[in-house]
Design a binder for this molecule. Structure first.
Ligand SMILES: Cc1ncc(COP(=O)(O)O)c(C=O)c1O
Length: 471
């Protein structure tokens, strides 16, 4: 029988005003967060839901017991976080689990917090001179973890993966030019495409038993009318870690049809047990590698997204110069300090985190299988995202019909997935991302972020299951 934790969701129930975004004094919140650190407790919507709940079973890290407490429910409400505060803004204070945007709820790696505190002790944040060690640290990380040699001279820092990709699109794809993507894929690419006035060329993937693969005939047909291909490796939202054979095939086709490969590998450090990330730049064909740029960051692995640091690199000097001419590479002091600390000292934390996330994926997969007959989830190979097939639920609640009815009255089309999103937000207090945002093939799916304390993941799944029992 399914275990239920926390307070049962009540239709239309509202949490006390002091916990809402508007009602919460920001400074008071931050003070409380500080004392939470000392007391080992946190406050806020998730914690309140969890009070009196059973403690989730401990998760075994890969290297034995962990010195890091990933089980801690670290309250982010009131910090202007997209994941929590924006979800509450959209659906109201009944939201008890923000499981949307791809960042993590955990307290930062101690080495990152310490380095930032030390730098903040020096109270000046004027323009920054980039030390040579910055690019060297990125190169060393790639050599240590993936055996990939990168010449530090070929690394360009940006304020995010997006600015780098937009610069590359401006370079290689003229306005109106088509950009190939295997879909469903990260929704942010569609924004990059809008910014560069290019057009998406979706190549829908094939799904079989929850595993996604590429129809290479279709891929090649579409490649012929594109200038660029945005590869997502591992793929957000499906979690695919592409095999060397798949990457070679994509690379060969792109080379043959003069399509530049933009390899977004921001999720590269996040793979589940038994799976491997293969850097596109490690493929054994120099011509294929020379036809690519790779975009990365420590921001997913260490949850530093708002520190605004990323980089790209390429072995092709011509590409480096051309994309460089479209890149304004601003530096952020705290971003650099956090990134260097993470890359130089953060590996033990990351390794324990990976074990914890892997266990969250296992937990979610078995929980869904046992308790949610209307949802299907096959454990992701990479990322901390669960790509849930909710098509049976959508059919049960008439999401298509509701969406059609509402679209007829609305200025923007309402998708069935948006209806499912609202359904979970209102009935379970859980915020998920609607699959329709991820391009062709996203219909019928919801994306759930599992990078949170297992107690929050368990509470969110339990509330979703409760809601569906009455569907
Ligand atoms: C595949 C992928 N690329 C890029 C980004 C965003 O990168 P940045 O914040 O560095 O611009 C995300 C964030 O979710 C992502 O999933």
């Amino acid at each position: 029988m399914r275990r239920s934790i926390g307070v049962e969701p009540k239709q239309g129930a509202r949490v006390p005003r002091e916990n809402t975004r508007r009602g919460l004094d920001r400074r008071r919140f931050l003070r409380r967060a500080g004392s939470a650190t000392l007391l080992g407790v946190a406050s806020g919507a998730a914690t309140r839901e969890l009070s009196g709940a059973e403690t989730a079973p401990p998760v075994q890290p890969l290297r034995g017991p962990s010195e890091y407490d990933f089980d801690e429910v670290y309250d982010r409400l009131g910090t202007d976080s997209i994941r929590w505060d924006k979800a509450v803004e959209e659906y109201g204070p009944g939201i008890v689990a923000g499981m949307g945007v791809a960042d993590m709820d955990f307290r930062a790696a101690p080495c990152v917090a310490k380095a930032l505190a030390e730098r903040c002790a020096h109270e000046n944040w004027g323009y920054l001179h980039r030390p040579a060690s910055y690019a060297q640290d990125v190169a060393d990380w790639n050599r240590r973890r993936y055996g990939l040699e990168i010449d530090p001279e070929t690394i360009v820092f940006t304020t995010g993966v997006h600015p780098g990709i937009i610069a590359a699109l401006h370079t290689f794809s003229p306005p109106g030019g088509r950009v190939l993507m295997t879909t469903p894929t990260y929704d942010g690419f569609y924004t990059d495409i809008r910014f560069s006035r290019t057009v998406a060329e979706d190549c829908p993937m094939v799904v079989e038993d929850g595993r996604w693969s590429i129809d290479f005939d279709d891929f090649e047909r579409r490649a012929q009318r594109c200038n660029t291909f945005i590869l997502c490796n591992p793929q957000n939202p499906t979690g695919n870690c592409w095999s060397p054979a798949d990457l070679m095939r994509m690379g060969e086709i792109c080379l043959k049809h003069r399509v530049v490969v933009l390899a977004d590998e921001i999720h590269c450090d996040l793979v589940t047990r038994g799976n491997t990330y293969t850097p596109f730049a490690s493929l054994p064909d120099a011509e294929i590698v020379n036809n690519s740029l790779t975009f990365k960051s420590a921001s997913k692995s260490f949850s530093l997204a708002a520190m605004k640091v990323a980089w790209y690199h390429t072995t092709n000097p011509d590409y480096l110069e051309r994309v460089g001419s479209h890149t304004r590479a601003d530096l952020s002091t705290l971003g650099m300090v956090a990134t260097q600390a993470a890359l130089n000292e953060g590996e033990p934390w990351l390794d324990d985190l990976l074990a914890y996330l892997d266990a969250n994926h296992d937990f979610a997969e078995s929980y869904v299988r046992r308790n949610m007959p209307l949802i299907r989830y096959v454990k992701a190979q990479g990322t901390y995202l669960a790509w849930l097939d909710t098509s049976a639920l959508a059919a049960r609640i008439g999401a298509k019909e509701t969406a059609a009815r509402e679209s007829a009255q609305a200025t923007e089309p309402v998708t069935p997935e948006k209806v499912v999103q609202r359904w979970f937000a209102e009935r379970a207090g859980v915020f998920l991302n609607p699959g329709s945002r991820y391009g062709t093939g996203g219909d019928g799916y919801m994306r759930m972020n599992l990078a949170s304390s297992r107690r929050v993941v368990e509470m969110a799944l339990s509330k979703m299951a409760d809601a569906m029992e009455n569907a």
